[in-house]
Design a protein. Structure first.
Length: 417
């Protein structure tokens, strides 16, 4: 009796919901708009109260000054004597008619009022200037406090841009727009880190799985090639297959190293770039002699904190490319190391074909070469400069390339000390 196959089960629904739950009273949420409104509204209210209080005190003082009599009668026995320091015209009323005396008194009163108003205006302007300085300073401090979470988000974004996906903002405080932005950014970083980790794990696992059959193929080919009775055609085919297998092994090793170099370097040790460059030159010395390429340059001590194996791969890939992509006759490669502006610098320059400036960026792409979309020669697998760039970034540095006059390139690797 045939059994009915059970239909495949539906995949489970994702438990992560990007939508935030709605609060029970959304209008009570302390948003940035409400906080800024209360903050600056309160500042204006306090400033207005202070200004009104100051104006009230100054006006009271001005009114008190304006109510003082403009003159004093110092004697009234036989002849009226008047004393007024502000209005000398009425100090001698005997020589004035009644109309002139009244006019002089009115003018003196107007002058006293004008003096009080001028004092009120000048002191009010000084009070306003002082309040403005205090308001700007207080507003600047408050704006910095309100916008400080943005600075924290920016610093975390810069750290993430430096290939440190493990950083998180983890912003605390009121549940406002800035906290929502920080939480969303943290969720995005979490998903990005999982995606990058899964990608690197896949590349690493795939590369490891490919190494075993390639090693078996190389062993079988070497065994058949060691047979002296094998036909010439079979030996030639075996050599071709062995070269192809070796190229595949180089590709797998390059993929493994590229997946490893994309990670941030956790364990760091002191590494001298001069020693690393010398070891790379020793490994390429035989190939350079076979091609007639001279390797020269002064290598000064430049100690950095990093992974010695990966840093040696930087120097080895750059020197190998400089030797392989060189002129047929009288070619040279110059390798220098030094410390400049607090950073360790490795420079590899060489003679070679003319490289257009617009082709520089393509050289750092995987499986890309000059004027070719994909690799198609026996000079490598096309991962050398990609590995160099990834290793430099993992160490917090960078690499730049500039064309030389007459042909060739100048590769400059800068690493923090």
């Amino acid at each position: 009796m045939a059994t009915t196959p059970t239909p495949p089960q539906a995949p489970p629904k994702p438990t992560w919901d990007p939508r935030r739950p709605e609060p029970p009273f959304p209008w009570l949420r302390p948003t940035i708009r409400i906080r800024l409104t209360l903050l600056y509204g309160g500042m204006f209210l306090i400033a207005g109260i202070l200004l009104l209080s100051i104006i009230y005190l100054l006006a009271a003082q001005a009114i008190s000054t304006g109510n003082q009599p403009p003159f004093k009668i110092v004697s009234a026995s036989d002849e009226i004597k008047v004393s007024s320091p502000d209005c000398p015209a009425i100090n001698n009323p005997a020589g004035l008619t009644l109309t002139q005396f009244n006019s002089a008194v009115s003018h003196c009163i107007d002058l006293s009022r004008q003096t009080a108003l001028d004092n009120l205006l000048s002191r009010s302007l000084l009070a306003l200037l002082g309040l403005a300085v205090i308001a700007f300073a207080f507003g600047y401090a408050m704006a910095g406090r309100v916008l400080s979470p943005l600075g924290r988000i920016t610093r975390t974004a810069r750290a993430v841009a430096g290939s440190d996906l493990s950083r998180r903002i983890e912003l605390d405080g009121p549940d406002d727009e800035l906290k929502e932005l920080a939480d969303t950014f943290d969720d995005m970083l979490e998903r990005l880190q999982r995606a990058f980790t899964a990608q690197q794990r896949f590349v690493g696992n795939a590369s490891h799985e490919l190494r075993t059959p390639l090693a078996i193929n190389r062993t079988l080919l070497e065994v058949h090639l060691s047979d002296p009775g094998a036909p010439v055609e079979l030996q030639q085919l075996g050599k071709t297959l062995l070269a192809t297998n070796e190229r595949s092994e180089q590709l797998v090793e390059g993929l493994l190293l590229l997946a490893r170099s994309d990670n941030q370097i956790v364990e760091r040790k002191p590494v001298d770039l001069a020693e690393v460059a010398s070891q790379a030159i020793d490994q390429v010395h035989a190939e350079a002699e076979a091609k007639g390429v001279e390797i020269r340059g002064e290598r000064k001590p430049a100690v950095v904190q990093g992974n010695g194996v990966l840093l040696e791969r930087i120097a080895l890939n750059l020197v190998q490319n400089a030797v392989r992509y060189n002129v047929p006759e009288e070619g040279w490669v110059e390798v220098t190391t030094q410390v400049q502006h607090g950073q360790a610098v490795l420079v590899v320059s060489n003679t070679g074909p003319v490289v257009p400036a617009y082709e520089i960026d393509n050289l750092f792409e995987p499986f890309r070469r000059l004027r070719t979309e994909r690799t198609g020669s026996d000079k490598g697998v096309g991962l050398g400069l990609s590995i160099v760039r990834s290793v430099a970034r993992a160490h917090g540095g960078h690499i730049s390339a500039t064309p030389r006059e007459g042909g060739g390139l100048v590769m400059r690797v800068t690493l923090p000390i």
